[in-house]
Design a protein around this ligand. Structure first.
Ligand SMILES: NC(=O)c1ccc[n+]([C@@H]2O[C@H](COP(=O)([O-])OP(=O)(O)OC[C@H]3O[C@@H](n4cnc5c(N)ncnc54)[C@H](O)[C@@H]3O)[C@@H](O)[C@H]2O)c1
Ligand SMILES: [Zn+2]
Length: 412
């Protein structure tokens, strides 16, 4: 039989083994993260410009899904979205009235909803050139992103994040997912969005607790990547604690930039290796969230996790003495509590429940346990072992600090 491979294809074979062919290609990903306000004011071109950026003269079909928390805080939003599409009739086609769906963590625990929405995409005639527009918090965007990524193997997704955490962290990244079989984010897809539009107006209706919680991710990324950003957070701590718009906008923008840079240049955007640098402070945080049945917000748990792993870095001799106090002080000035009674929970054999978070953290990726610690303010450092005795001691330190600390002035 004639050889079907041309001469130029020979280098795709593995060495001398003519039965193994290497398949290799790469696909560049590119998406926009835009910062604006009043995104659905007819004179704001951002949304229209994003949807038309690949095909400027086509009429673009889009379906909008809104987190109920946002829709009830902004009663005119659905009408504004419809009016916006009407203002650009030659390029925008809203395929149905915006649909309002509950928000918050529970939305990620409802497989029937995911199935219903996948079916809805089919009924609306959505295809790979149509846009799913999700407006909401991190949980809502994770869920709607999962629906978009799994329908027709990927509809275009435009995220409009409406919480601090979603604008500076989860909403600008490449992950979607829902909880299943008792595990958080068990079912999910790495699926970069088509566009992200961060509109600062949405944050105005957010409650204090959710506004504050998202700031922990900024402290996290500053600690592992950018010491001068950390110093800026310290300098602006009072304005941030008072949610001054300009200070919060700066925090979100810099945090989102650092997050995006890590994804683009960190060498592992789809987390195929064992390291998760963006998850500094997260091994205990995830566990604390589940120990409290998500009563503790993600960001609140991350603040405690950051304090714990910073203290651990100092006690391990990686980070200079005094930096633990410095980090805790900033978090407290932002209004975070750095202790929760669930950290004292024990399992049957008497071991501390939160310590199981280490193994669960490893299992989520597989491979070797890899925890990010600090060697400086702005410098992350990966280790593959954690000393549980030392973690216990650091937890004791946090608990003692809490016992003598005054209430954070602005805590809700
Ligand atoms: N995909 C990722 O990379 C990634 C990263 C980090 C976190 N997450 C996920 O993000 C979720 C947490 O997200 P979150 O902190 O944004 O909280 P959230 O999505 O749970 O929202 C908190 C509450 O605020 C309401 N809300 C949202 N925007 C509002 C607004 N503008 N005004 C009034 N109410 C509003 C929601 O309805 C909800 O009740 C978790 O599920 C977490 O797993 C995902
Ligand atoms: Zn996080």
């Amino acid at each position: 039989m004639a050889d079907l491979l041309g001469a130029g294809d020979m280098d795709m074979r593995v060495g001398e083994d003519t039965n193994v062919h290497i398949q290799e290609f790469s696909v560049p990903f590119r998406y926009h993260v835009c910062f604006t306000d009043g995104v659905f004011r007819p004179d704001n071109c951002t949304f229209m410009r994003e949807l038309t950026r690949l095909e400027p003269s086509k009429r673009h079909r889009h379906a909008v899904f809104i987190d109920e928390g946002v829709a009830s805080a902004m009663p005119g939003l659905c009408q504004q979205i419809a009016d916006y599409a009407d203002a650009y009739p030659t390029v925008l086609q809203l395929v149905a009235a915006p649909e309002i769906i509950a928000g918050g963590e529970d939305i990620k625990n409802d497989p029937a909803l995911v199935e219903r929405l996948q079916r809805r995409m089919v009924d609306l005639g959505m295809d790979r050139h149509s846009y799913v527009v999700g407006i909401g918090g991190g949980a809502f965007l994770d869920m709607i992103g999962y629906v978009a990524a799994t329908t027709h193997r990927g509809l275009r997704l435009v995220r409009i994040p409406t919480t601090v955490l979603a604008q500076n962290d989860s909403g600008v990244g490449v992950k979607t997912g829902v909880n299943a079989h008792g595990s958080k984010n068990l079912l999910g897809v790495f699926a970069p969005p088509f566009s992200v539009i961060n509109d600062s107006d949405f944050l105005e209706t957010l409650n204090e607790r959710d506004r504050r919680a998202g700031m922990a991710e900024a402290v996290k990324v500053a600690l592992i990547r950018d010491g001068s950003f950390f110093a800026a957070l310290e300098a602006n701590a009072d304005q941030l604690a008072a949610f001054e718009r300009g200070a919060v906008a700066h925090l979100i923008r810099r945090c989102a930039e650092l997050h995006m840079r890590q994804i683009a240049f960190g060498g592992d955007p789809f987390e195929m290796g064992s390291a998760r640098p963006l998850d500094f402070g997260h091994w205990s945080a995830h566990k604390l969230e589940s120990l409290t049945s998500h009563e503790v917000r993600h960001g609140e748990a991350v603040a405690i996790g950051i304090a714990l792993d910073t203290r651990y870095s100092v006690r391990k001799g990686l980070l200079a003495e005094g930096n633990d106090e410095r980090v805790c002080r900033l978090l407290e000035r932002l209004g975070f509590r750095l202790w929760h009674p669930a950290l004292d929970d024990r399992i049957a054999d008497g071991r501390r429940a939160v310590l199981a978070g280490l193994e669960e953290f490893r299992e989520h990726l597989g491979g070797q346990l890899t925890i990010t610690l600090l060697t400086g303010i702005g410098t992350g450092h990966e280790v593959n072992e954690m000393d549980t005795g030392l973690i216990e001691e650091c937890l004791g330190w946090l608990k003692e600090r809490e016992a003598v600390s005054p209430e954070p002035a602005l805590a809700s």
